[in-house]
Structure formats: C-alpha cells, structure tokens
Design a protein around this ligand. Sequence first.
Ligand code: ARG
Length: 467
Amino acid sequence: MADGSSETKSSNQMWGGRFASGPDAIMEEINASIDFDKKLYAQDIRGSIAHATMLAHQDIISAEDKDKIVHGLDTILSEIESGAFEFSRRLEDIHMNVEARLAALIGPAAGRLHTARSRNDQVALDFRLWVKEELQKTEKALTALIAAFLDRAEEHADTVMPGFTHLQTAQPVTFGHHCMAYVEMFGRDRSRVRHAIEHMDESPIGAAALAGTGFPIDRHMTAKALGFREPTRNSIDTVSDRDFALEFLSIAAIAATHLSRLAEEIVIWSTPQFGFIRLSDAFSTGSSIMPQKKNPDAAELVRAKTGRINGSLIALLTVMKGLPLAYSKDMQEDKEQVFDAAESLELAIAAMTGMVRDMTVRADRMKAAAGSGYATATDLADWLVREVGLPFRDAHHVTGRAVALAEQKGCDLAELSLAELQAINPAITDKVFDVLTVEASVASRTSFGGTAPAEVQKQIAWWRARN
Ligand code: ARG
C-alpha cells in the first residue's frame, strides 16, 4: 500500500484540512497505536461492514457505495490475513489504516463509511468485541481446567492426604476433596466471566464522537448484526468508559491468583521432601548442571504470570482514574494491558490444565504424611466429647496431653497403649482406636461439603452436571 513516505512532513490525509504540516517524528512515535491495535483488525472490519450495511438500509449511503465498501473491506481482510497488508504508523491506528486502504481500493465511496460514526465509538466497539471473544475463550479454558480436576478428584475421592493450615499438618483430608476446592474456585472465576459477558453485551457503535448523531441511524440493527444484546443507552458513557476492560482484568487477576496458589502447591508437592506428586516430563525441565533435578518450571511461570496480570489491572485502573468524560487519548493505553493479560491468562490456564491432567499422584506418600504430625488429634478430642461426654475444651486438654506423650515417645497417637491413654483419662476405652486412623478420620467428616469420600463424590456429581 502506498505509504506516501515522501509526504512524512505533509498534513495527515485523514484530517489534512485543518493542518498545515504533519506530525513531528516523536509525536508519531507517541501517538501511533498501530503496532498493537492491529490485533483488532477483524473486529474493525466486521464493525465497519455492519455500519455500512445499516447506513445503506437507512438510505444514508447508496446501495452501490455500500457494496463497494463491503467488497473493499473483504479484500482488506484477506490482505491482512495473508500478510500482504502494509501497516503504516503514519496512519496511527487500525481504523485509519483500514480506511486509507479502502480509499486506495475503491476511491471516493470509501469516504462515506465514516458517516455517523467516530473513531471514539469505533474503538469502543472493536475493543468490546475483542474482549467479549476473549471472555468466551476464557470460559472454555476454565471449563477444561475444571474437567481435568473433576477427573483427578474422582480417581482420588478416597486418597488420604494431610490437610494443612499455616502449612502445618492439620487434619487428614482426601486428595479428591483438595482438588474439588480448586473446582469451586475456578467455577467462581467462570461465573464471573459469564457475568462480565452479560454486562458488556451492548453495542457502542453509533454513539459517534460523544453526542450521538443527527443521521437517522438504526443502532438496534448494528447491535443485532454484531451479536450484541442491545445498543448502549448513553452516548457519553459509551465512548468514556473502559470498565469492561477493567472487569476483564479484575477477573483475570483473581483467576491468576487462584492459579498461583495451585502453582505454589504443585511446587511444594513435587519436592522430594513432600513427594506427593510427580510432574510429567512434558511439564518440567532438567538442570544444566545437576543431573538429578526435575524442575517445576511451568508451575513457577504460572505463579509468576500473576505479577504481570495484577500489574495490568493496576495500570489500567490508574490510567482511567480521574479522566474527565468523554474520550481522552489516555484511553489508547487500555489495549496493551488487556492483550498482555489475556495472553498470560490463556497460557497459564492451559499449562495448569496440562499439569493437572498429567501429574502422577503418589497416594502412598500422601497417606504416610497424613498419618504423621498427629493429624487425628481432633478425632480423639471429638471422640472424648461424643463417647465420654467431656466438654470440648476439656477434651482438647486431654488430647493435648496424649499428643505430648506421643511426641515424647516418638510415636503416633494410634501407637499409644490403652493403659497410657487411660492414665491420662480413665474413661477412655479401646474403641478409641477406631477413630485414630486417617481413613476413619476422613470417613467421619460427613457434614455437607466435608471431606468424607461419599460427600466428595456428591460434590463431584453436582459439578459434573454443571460442567
Ligand atoms: N487509537 C485510538 C485509541 O485507541 C482510537 C480512538 C482515537 N480517537 C480520537 N479521538 N483520537 O483510543
């Protein structure tokens, strides 16, 4: 495409009327967004086709001009997709790159496309379409991650592992139950995604620069053609706000935070000291110097991506804070943050889905760890309440003494003799040993949402019906 580089210092061909000379090189450098907003080419062309079609339908432009415009836009789409299109920084952004090329292809009819619209509603449209599609992709990706967890949870509904608080052994749980905790988190992330799609499902095109237009446009028609539920209701708001982008980034930041906690657990679980899981070769790397090592790099990178995503959210919040209505060029800085966060989130979810699917769960190691650290102490205290009738605080005290004795002897609670336990509280009978195993402990946690395998199976079934 003719870039007209000989005209670098002449006035811009899009609004040359008012300008005697072109932009300074630095002005062009700070002003141009084409390097990143070319990502919006498909949305830009789709929006323009819907707009031109509506203009013709409303007799604002002729059917012949509309046909030329649509044909030209189709040509541009294939030029961009085949790599033949030459983007020009002098034309600032995707909107003007497309329009200038259209003029080169079809002549004066191209000049009619921008009737009753502005780049302000155009960019709001393109970006909204892009974010909406990205949210739809995120919804699918989260569904795949949830499915991977449901499979592992089902396999391990009764695999016992230590549950932690403060990363100290707390009570035995099942690995299936732990997996289902993540299903709940990613399930909420997905419902936030669905709500966000609903919030933003309004078409901006036709708000024009900020005040609407005097042309008899049909905004319901363009909204429908572009797959939106309805048009936006206030032209000033339409070109001013980027809360749909902020909502995407907030959702991404929360999901990334969930992912980073899982990543951290994977890092911990895969250490030789824990040994709860083994990562597949496909999701780990070796060391260039230490031959024995298998590093959880993918998990570490997922953990780190959270930093970028959170950074993008803060960056855009800061850009938007204090902007007067309506459009200001500050808002051009919205796209890179969202593009970068979207790419990071997509990668992080995909990598995590792969890791969860592929990892080997070492049930023997989990069970051995579940039995150590006096994980069934609460079961002993509960038993004293239930069977001996002690108040819980007294039962807590008796159990504390039993733990101290076991610690002193270097054994587990279940390894103390009945005589030793009776020396602490004479009402204890040998029935107590039934609750001191880790299996008995998890099986007893039958409260709704508890870790008993039967309860975990119920939650899996609930999610299967909704995934
Ligand atoms: N490239 C601009 C952006 O991303 C498009 C809108 C420009 N509007 C304007 N009035 N200068 O925000």
